[in-house]
Design a protein around this ligand. Structure first.
Ligand code: G1P
Length: 292
């Protein structure tokens, strides 16, 4: 079955990025000239997704307005014959059918996904976390879809992290983990380093079978008192099996300040008009830092 629907949870507080996220969602932080969440919507669209549900929180307006038409702005650009900018602005609202739902209380990622129950219905669906940009030739979520086509059970994206980082991620245990994709034996949310079964971390891309909703409904709060998607997936693993794919691409967690700066530099270097002057600037910075 082709995956046509995606859910993008974007309701977190963004506490690691305060004060920038005091009055705007971290998903709206610009990376070069686009808010982070637009990269994620574009990834889904490039993978063939037609309908996207954004689960948002307190800052509903900014994200909704971004993907909506802006008649006033369009008229202004039209009037001033700024056709390129006009095309750019219109293109955003034409990307896909974008729907919104509000997560009234932030009770965890599992709870955010539960908000999508009636939108999703009985089809398998994609989940892309709203604060992780993955730059790759084949869209990251498409890499998961390809495995789903073969295996017909939920698939999660993973990649290696440094041992000291395992406590910040869901960590998986698999069979023959050196392969590009492999069946899972277990997964655990944010383990202490001594409990971690590996250093393969769940990154923010999933294809999930719809049985997850009932499983989330019966999942008690777990790590950090939150209803964890990882815990519900663990139950699904017991019932239907679960696969992991080693994602190919560069990943940036834009909720983290250093990663955000790295994402801005890496993505600016991919723009023809910016690559050379930026590189020159970076060289200067490195040279003068080395002199100190
Ligand atoms: C969530 C998931 C976690 C995953 C991570 C990826 O955690 O619960 O399993 O590894 O996203 O970024 P969060 O970062 O929202 O706390």
């Amino acid at each position: 079955m082709r995956i046509k629907k995606a859910v993008i949870p974007a309701a977190g507080f963004g506490t690691r990025f305060l004060p920038a996220t005091k009055a705007q969602p971290k998903e709206m932080l610009p990376v070069v000239d686009k808010p982070a969440i637009q990269y994620i919507v574009e990834e889904a669209v490039n993978a063939g997704i037609e309908d996207i549900l954004i689960v948002n929180g307190r800052f509903k307006r900014a994200i909704e307005d971004h993907f909506d038409r802006s008649m006033e702005l369009e008229m202004h650009l039209d009037h001033h014959k700024k056709s390129e900018a006009l095309e750019l602005v219109r293109g955003i609202s034409d990307l896909a059918n974008i729907h919104f739902i509000r997560q009234p209380e932030q009770l965890g990622l599992g709870h955010a996904i539960l908000m999508a129950k009636s939108f999703v219905g009985s089809e398998p669906f994609a989940v892309l976390l709203g604060d992780e940009i993955i730059e790759s030739e084949t869209p990251a979520i498409k890499q998961l879809m390809n495995v789903y086509e073969e295996e017909r059970s939920s698939v999660i994206g993973v990649r290696e992290v440094a041992p000291e980082q395992v406590k910040s991620y869901g960590i998986v245990k698999g069979e023959d983990t050196s392969r590009d994709y492999f069946p899972l034996k277990d997964l655990i949310e944010k383990p202490a380093p001594e409990e971690a079964p590996s250093n393969l971390a769940i990154v923010g891309r999933y294809i999930i079978e719809p049985s997850i909703f009932e499983l989330i409904e019966s999942t008690c709060p777990g790590k950090n008192g939150e209803i964890q998607l990882t815990d519900a997936l663990r139950k699904q693993l017991g019932q239907e099996g679960l696969w992991a794919v080693r994602l190919v691409g560069d990943r940036y967690d834009i909720g983290d300040k250093l990663e955000y700066i790295k994402a801005s530099i890496a993505l600016a270097l991919k723009r023809d008009e910016m690559a050379r002057p930026l590189l020159r600037y970076l060289e200067d910075v490195v040279m003068s830092e080395m002199r100190v």
